[in-house]
Write a protein that binds this ligand. Structure first.
Ligand SMILES: Nc1ncnc2c1ncn2[C@@H]1O[C@H](COP(=O)(O)OP(=O)(O)O)[C@@H](O)[C@H]1O
Ligand SMILES: [Mg+2]
Length: 278
């Protein structure tokens, strides 16, 4: 099972103007992954997510889901967006149902499922994101910011996607809200074996939660690997406008100053343990 992008290029065309955004990009997202996608603003992250979920088609190259070309005739748009769930940036702006439960049922309803199946999967998704029964018949507009975002996420989960891709799911949330979203993503990853890709501007969050990190720059993947490997490349990342997590930077400076630190530490907890050991 995988999403595979093979030599994908992509241009936005507005009138006569073409903006090339992705350049000959190849990438594979397998089963049960937890990936942080990072890169400066404008590097093509959001566009890449939209190609994975079929919202945009590559100008060149192919996007394959489990080996099938998503541009193929036998692949419906509905099938693709139910298998690859995309959570937009500020997804709560797109809530429109009269009640929470209506909103969450929209996606699975649109897939043509039986009413009972639609209802069950909506209830399950709302339960998974921690929205209590007392909120089901409330207008989404009456909810707090964090609750709205979780309802929006439930709307995608209700379609039972195999892959979940999220565009800056923590943007605009306070630290408690961020933690909540991440705990939720970790739970989905663990309990539903879901492959998750999230875009983030916080290297701290990426270090804490992602198993694999993909770094984009000017429409290309420039680094791809385990977080611990990626953050060794402090200079290279700085060169493309990205800073490694503070804990990693701190440990690199200690090493530069001659401290014999062998391990690569990327979170504050790891750094403390490593220093205590010395
Ligand atoms: N609809 C669009 N039409 C034209 N250019 C676009 C459009 N959307 C994005 N772009 C351009 O594509 C580039 C990559 O954008 P995007 O994928 O949003 O990057 P990121 O999410 O990494 O910030 C940017 O230069 C942006 O201005
Ligand atoms: Mg973006």
């Amino acid at each position: 099972m995988s999403i595979r992008l093979s030599n994908v290029s992509f241009c936005y065309v507005n009138g006569g103007e073409r903006t090339q955004v992705l350049r000959n990009l190849s990438l594979e997202i397998g089963k049960n992954e937890l990936i942080g996608l990072v890169g400066q603003t404008g590097s093509g992250k959001s566009t890449l997510l939209q190609l994975m979920n079929g919202l945009e088609r590559p100008s060149e190259g192919r996007v394959l889901l489990d080996g099938r070309d998503v541009a193929g005739k036998d692949f419906s748009r509905k099938e693709l967006c139910s298998k690859v769930g995309l959570v937009f940036q500020y997804p709560e702006h797109q809530l429109f149902g009269a009640t929470v439960v209506e909103d969450v049922q929209f996606g699975p309803g649109n897939l043509g499922w039986e009413p009972l199946q639609v209802e069950l999967s909506a209830f399950q998704a709302l339960k998974d994101v921690g929205i209590g029964e007392e909120l089901l018949d409330v207008s989404p507009l009456a909810l707090s910011g964090g609750q709205k975002r979780r309802v929006a996420l439930a709307g995608v989960l209700a379609m039972k996607p195999e892959y979940l891709i999220l565009d800056e799911p923590m943007a605009g949330l306070d630290p408690a809200g961020r933690r909540e979203i991440f705990q939720l993503l970790l739970k989905l990853h663990r309990d539903r074996n879901m492959s998750i890709v999230f875009v983030s501007h916080s290297m701290e969050d990426v270090a804490e939660y992602a198993k694999r990190v993909i770094v984009m720059h000017q429409g290309k993947v420039v680094l791809d690997g385990a977080a611990r490997q990626i953050f060794r490349f402090e200079k290279e990342l700085e060169h493309i406008g990205l800073r490694i997590p503070q804990a990693a930077r701190f440990m690199h400076r200690l090493r530069d100053a001659g401290f014999p630190l062998e391990e690569e530490c990327i979170t504050p907890e790891e750094a403390v343990q490593c220093i205590l050991k010395q």
